[in-house]
Design a protein around this ligand. Structure first.
Ligand code: AVI
Length: 318
């Protein structure tokens, strides 16, 4: 049962937030741009391909955990909650959770209206009794939940270790905002990628087929297309680096020669070897996970992980 309002028409003009973030990011020392801008249509397709790569263990491992522990979730969470998924994307993992806990409603939140409509329609077909109430929006900004779930206890679902793409301060702010949005009796099921062998981590972000490189370089093409840029795509190389001090994989676009280019009328220069830092993907020890959740106002109650301890699914309560 898909309950939705018509999606607003997509603006054809330059997105002012994209323009501002890219111009600010390129003017910064060192250059750094927020990872949200990877996800245009092409970027979202490339990300879907990444999730199937042999080197990219997170999606496969988390999906196996969701499939294996349905009875545990049902016991720990109970039936009749409204599931609110943050950044629902293609929602490929969600059916395993919905089947296990039989919620009273499902509220997927995503910034991409097209993607959300398609995946919500698919889920509504697979779960005909379940009210599916999509919300188009940025979950980093204040949001309203649909009136239909007023009074229902909620379970927030934030899979994929998307929390890891945020700086620790921003991650804490988001967890607090989720706590406020979901209310007093809420629970949160969150995927958190674990610290592990450095080579395995780097391979996951620099795969042999070059899909992650294409995903990173697509940002250059998007800037050229949408912001009147003239960055030479062959002037940049994809780099994935493990930053041990900050326990994170960093993706960079490195200038392979001195570069001069323009974006939205502004001129930029890069020396050979200089980089644009395009994404951080933080990884967590078990203690880090608990500390982060507590700082965000959540008390961890249970955790499931795979045999190798690659990835954790943590259940927390408000
Ligand atoms: C979406 N996010 C959790 C992915 C990650 O693993 O940090 C994005 C990604 N970047 C490169 N590969 C995947």
């Amino acid at each position: 049962m898909l309950l939705t309002e018509e999606a607003p028409a997509r603006p054809r003009t330059i997105d002012p937030a994209f323009r501002r973030d890219i111009l600010d990011g390129l003017a910064r020392e060192p250059k750094a741009t927020p990872p949200i801008w990877f996800y245009d249509r092409r970027g979202s397709e490339l990300f879907e391909q990444i999730t199937d790569l042999p080197e990219y263990y997170p999606t496969r491992t988390e999906t196996a955990l969701l499939k294996a522990h349905g009875l545990d979730f049902a016991r720990a969470v109970g039936e009749g909650r409204a599931v609110v998924e943050f950044g629902a994307g293609s929602s490929r993992k969600t059916p395993h959770l919905l089947r296990a806990i039989r919620p009273a409603a499902y509220v997927p939140i995503d910034i991409s209206g097209d993607f959300l409509q398609a995946s919500s329609a698919q889920l509504a077909g697979d779960f005909p009794e379940l009210p599916v109430l999509p919300v188009v929006g940025d979950f980093n900004q204040p949001l309203d939940l649909p009136r239909e779930i007023a009074g229902m206890p909620r379970l927030g679902f934030f899979p994929g270790s998307t929390i890891g793409n945020m700086e620790p301060d921003a991650a804490v702010d988001l967890l607090r905002a989720m706590r406020r949005l979901l209310g007093e009796d809420a629970m949160l099921l969150i995927g958190m990628d674990r610290i592990k062998d450095r080579d395995r981590l780097i391979a996951a972000y620099d795969d042999a087929q070059g899909v992650t490189a294409a995903f990173n370089l697509n940002l250059i093409e998007r800037i050229n297309r949408e912001l009147e840029g003239d960055l030479p795509v062959d002037g940049f190389a994809h780099r994935a680096v493990w930053n041990d001090e900050k326990a994170r994989i960093e993706m960079h676009l490195e200038a392979v020669r001195p570069l001069h280019f323009h974006v939205a009328g502004a001129c930029f220069h890069m020396d050979a070897g200089e980089t644009i830092h395009t994404e951080s993907s933080h990884k967590y020890g078990t203690r880090d996970e608990r500390l982060l959740l507590r700082a965000g106002g959540w008390e961890p109650v249970e955790e499931w992980t795979d045999d190798e301890g690659l990835f954790g699914l943590v259940l927390a309560k408000a």
